[in-house]
Design a protein around this ligand. Structure first.
Ligand SMILES: NC(=O)c1ccc[n+]([C@@H]2O[C@H](COP(=O)([O-])OP(=O)(O)OC[C@H]3O[C@@H](n4cnc5c(N)ncnc54)[C@H](O)[C@@H]3O)[C@@H](O)[C@H]2O)c1
Length: 261
């Protein structure tokens, strides 16, 4: 296993939820972290400031930048500013994503395209923006956030499941292309984590805010061999493992407590 202390990571969608979990676990492993997220949305800017403060409280260097993963310009600036301010770039986590439930019969072409633009093309553009730096130095670890829905069908998520299956596929192809150049590419497959995405899905089923986490936890506990919902920290720990595991590439780690086997 590699020692990743002192390395620098960029995480897209790192302001909150799973991205924050990844940021904090990498921080605990000694990694400095840059967050790229939609800071033009005031609520996201506040969440990003909290993530940065939590990292700084651990003694890590950290800052957040406005970055929409649909924008090659934003992504280029995110990578360049990271290297300018922190001196290096070792770990890239394309994590930004959206997930809006819709039966196939009601799904709009716009929502299908938006999901692919952010979850799929956004992952690819994030990797590509980092490649000039990673290739020049001959090392790097890329860990994307896909989903167990990329492995199996999920009702009302035809667009989302396909967008994440494409991420799993890109991880395999990129691992083949980039392995000989010293760059490893892997992904995590989260199961069920209580975050902004899952809370918004429950809005569509009329679940009151105060009951959302408890209901999700109860449903997960009943359908998960390990008996509990997953947490952002569970995801971060899997990412840290993939960053340290220096002979692992092209793989997807299922972090669902065994709920999708
Ligand atoms: N929560 C779950 O149960 C679950 C399960 C499987 C996979 N995932 C995946 O985990 C990742 C993180 O989601 P989460 O659950 O933490 O949800 P979240 O909504 O809490 O976090 C998503 C983050 O991505 C950011 N984002 C959205 N669109 C963006 C864009 N265009 N550019 C940059 N940033 C953008 C948001 O601002 C937010 O900070 C997503 O890729 C999601 O598909 C989540």
């Amino acid at each position: 296993m590699s020692d990743i202390t002192g390395q620098v990571a960029v995480i897209t969608g790192g302001a909150r939820g799973i991205g924050r979990g990844i940021a904090l676990e990498l921080g605990r492993a000694g990694v400095d972290v840059v967050i790229g997220d939609l800071l033009s949305v005031p609520e996201i800017a506040e969440e990003a400031a909290t993530t940065v403060r939590l990292l700084e409280d651990m003694g890590r260097r950290s800052f957040a930048l406005q970055c929409d993963v649909r924008s090659e310009e934003d992504l280029a600036a995110l990578m360049a500013t990271t290297v300018d301010r922190l001196g290096r770039l070792d770990i890239v986590c394309p994590n930004a994503g959206i997930c809006n439930l819709s039966p196939a019969t009601e799904l709009s072409v716009e929502e299908f395209r938006r999901t692919f633009d952010i979850n799929t093309l956004g992952m690819f553009l994030t990797v590509r923006a980092a490649l000039p730096t990673l290739l020049a130095q001959g090392h790097g670890s890329i860990v994307a956030t896909a989903s167990i829905t990329g492995l199996r069908g999920t009702t009302e998520l035809v667009h989302y499941a396909a967008s994440k299956a494409a991420v799993i596929s890109m991880v395999q192809t990129l691992a083949l292309e980039l392995g000989p150049k010293g760059i490893r590419v892997n992904c995590i497959l989260p199961g069920t984590v209580f975050t902004g995405i899952s809370a918004a899905q429950m809005d569509k089923h009329g679940v009151p805010d105060e009951m959302k986490e408890q209901i999700l936890d109860q449903v997960s506990a009943g359908t998960t061999p390990l008996g509990r919902m997953q947490t952002p920290a569970d995801m971060g720990q899997a990412v840290v493992f993939l960053c340290q595991a220096d002979n692992v590439t092209g793989t997807s780690i299922n972090v669902s407590g065994g709920s999708a086997l």
